[in-house]
Design a binder for this molecule. Structure first.
Ligand code: GDP
Length: 593
């Protein structure tokens, strides 16, 4: 327990009279007297709540503040990253403007890298000739004497990884959309990420130099995706640029400053030092090199830093041009030497008073991580609903995937019709195609559920969902999907039955046997195929049949199961259309706990 300044005293949510007396540096009798005069009878061992101890404190001339346990401090409240909470707790009088931090998202090949290179080469803060040759994961540019910090790890994988750790660093997203290609799946994903993180979007309508550029068409697509351009009476700034020809870049930077002026982009350079790890690597000569984005306070040489579960005293700091620096204030990216281990991108870093303190923090963290791994809560529909009921959650977030646009639209429409109750439904992302790793990342970062219609989850997505505790529910009947979501919203959901894939086999040949029908000659490529399991036939990534086997044979024998590496013959109940090259997936249904 420590005092912030001489008049403020930090008290826990409940405290015994004895301990209160100790903190107040007075006798327990004195405390009991004050309590009695306020109508509270308490003996020395009794505990009082914060409201009561605050009254005692004020009678003794102190102002009480509620102690936030460290556990809670580390926990994100909703979508607000911890560094933002730190800034929110700073003395407002000490907050000053800091450069906006911008990240660039968009579909592959739409020009993210070219745009980042263009800014790096043409608009280097400090006007150094030749541009920045260094790559440390972030750099700054200058316009009209004002700085803008760019995170130059394009792609939403990095952005989501940061969000998943609750440490999302960007204030503004520039969404690059190629004017000749328009809104594509990753564009929509990026929009979903930015919206879920509540970060404003500026659209860079790139490749405007191309003959086949069609800005109006793209603007219509953007409007359909909730980004109505400002020249169409909307609120999204759309700036035509050519990253390749270097045109429109100043307008784009101007738009960034304009948007940042409408936001509170501030920090206290003299406050608590906190920030985010942008990237980190290990180099032979220099040891661990970590790029840190300072978000509040000023990081100084020799500071003792804890980032994730690594720590160390800063031995040297370099700015994005490779120059040695001694200090780095809010929104500055710096590369530091001195951490004992490589932290993960997206980890928060903080400064501690001594190496001993830093080591203690890390040991505690490691223990907590282990404990959490055992009891990590799952973002299942049931779990979310109980959180909603407990008042901890006011919305149910979904990622919706469907096989074709023709089924996605009616699903999204009927889900939207469910809105209007006490709990709102927020569809973060709706797209056609199988459930991918990035869908799971988005769901994990936003505590959302993934529902799929006539699609499957990729193997990597399934693995990630398991480790991140994301619930994926697959349906082949639309009303079952909407019914489940409706039940979840109303709290009547049955326990979830989860599909667990236990094996996969490849169809190598088809044998047509009169009377019996077709037998598929298969090889089990992973896990096992069970005679009484459920089976799914997948062709070109799409499920074309789900059913059961009528026979499973190994050589000439009927068997109950066939394991990886063995050949087998399979026939399906009531299904005869297998083809060579089909993938057969065997799954069982398990009740999710
Ligand atoms: P990223 O995958 O989004 O990072 O895309 P890149 O920056 O790698 O660009 C993909 C391709 O588009 C490259 O061949 C670029 O040269 C080209 N490109 C990028 N910007 C422009 C532009 O403004 N105009 C034209 N014509 N081509 C561009």
């Amino acid at each position: 327990m420590s005092n912030n300044d001489s008049n403020t005293i930090i008290l826990p949510a409940s405290i015994s009279v004895r301990d209160l007396a100790k903190i107040m540096n007075t006798s327990p009798i004195q405390i009991i007297k004050i309590l009695m005069s306020n109508g509270v009878m308490a003996n020395i061992n009794q505990t009082v709540d914060f409201d009561t101890s605050a009254v005692v404190a004020s009678e003794l001339g102190f102002e009480a503040a509620l102690e936030v346990p460290e556990e809670e401090q580390e926990k994100e409240t909703g979508e607000v990253p911890m560094w933002r909470q730190v800034i929110a707790n700073e003395d407002p009088a000490k907050l000053v403007d800091r450069p906006p931090v911008v990240t660039i998202l968009g579909h592959v090949d739409h020009g993210k890298t070219t745009l980042l290179d263009a800014f790096r080469e043409t608009n280097v803060a400090g006007g150094e000739a030749g541009g920045i040759t260094q790559h440390i994961g972030a750099y700054q540019v200058e316009l009209k004497g004002r700085l803008i910090t760019f995170l130059d790890t394009p792609g939403h994988a990095a952005f989501t990884a940061m969000r998943a750790r609750g440490a999302q660093g960007a204030d503004i997203v520039i969404l690059v959309v190629a004017a000749n290609d328009g809104v594509m799946p990753q564009t929509r994903e990026a929009i979903a990420h930015a919206k879920a993180a509540r970060v404003p979007i500026i659209v860079a309508l790139n490749k405007i130099d191309r003959d086949d550029a069609n800005p109006d068409y793209v603007k219509r697509q953007l409007s359909e995706n909730g980004l109505v351009p400002d020249d169409w009476d909307g609120t999204t700034i759309v700036v035509p640029v050519s990253a390749k020809k270097r045109t429109g870049l100043a307008d784009l930077l101007e738009a960034v400053l304009l948007v940042s002026d409408s936001m509170e982009i501030k920090a206290n350079p003299g406050g608590k030092v906190i920030g985010t790890v942008i990237e980190a690597s290990i180099e032979k000569a220099k040891g661990v090199l970590s790029t840190l984005l300072v978000q509040n306070g000023t990081l100084e040489n020799s500071d003792i830093v804890v980032a994730g579960t690594s720590y160390g005293r800063i031995r040297a700091m370099f700015d994005f041009r490779g120059n040695r620096v001694r200090k780095a204030g809010p929104s500055s990216p710096v590369q530091v030497m001195g951490l004992n281990d490589v932290p993960a991108a997206g980890d928060l870093f903080q400064v501690y008073g001594s190496e001993r303190e830093a080591r203690e923090v890390i040991n505690e963290r490691k223990q907590k991580t282990q404990a959490r791994a055992i009891t990590s809560p799952k973002a299942t529909l049931e779990e979310l609903f109980s959180r909603v009921q407990a008042g901890e959650e006011k919305e149910l977030r979904l990622v919706v995937k469907a096989d074709v646009q023709g089924s996605l639209e009616p699903i999204v429409n009927s889900l939207n019709e469910l809105n209007g109750g006490a709990i709102s439904l927020n569809i973060l992302h709706a797209e056609t195609g199988n459930i991918s790793e990035s869908d799971v990342m988005l769901a994990a970062a936003s505590q959302a559920i993934i529902v799929g219609f006539n699609v499957q989850a990729d193997a990597s997505a399934r693995r990630l969902a398991d480790t991140e505790g994301v619930s994926i529910r697959l349906y082949d009947i639309i009303y079952r999907l909407t019914e489940d979501v409706e039940k979840a919203l109303k709290g009547m959901l049955e326990p979830e039955i989860k599909e667990v894939v236990i094996g996969q086999a490849e169809v190598r040949a088809i044998f047509r046997i009169s009377k019996v029908g077709n037998i598929a000659g298969c090889r089990v490529v992973s896990g096992e195929i069970r005679r009484n399991g459920h089976l799914r036939v997948v062709r070109d990534g799409k499920t074309i049949h789900t059913g059961e086997l009528s026979s499973l044979k190994h050589e000439k024998d009927d068997v109950r199961e066939v394991r990886q590496g063995y050949e087998c013959g399979m026939a399906f109940k009531g299904y005869n259309d297998l083809e060579e090259g089909d993938l057969i997936e065997c799954f069982i249904l398990e009740r999710q706990t």
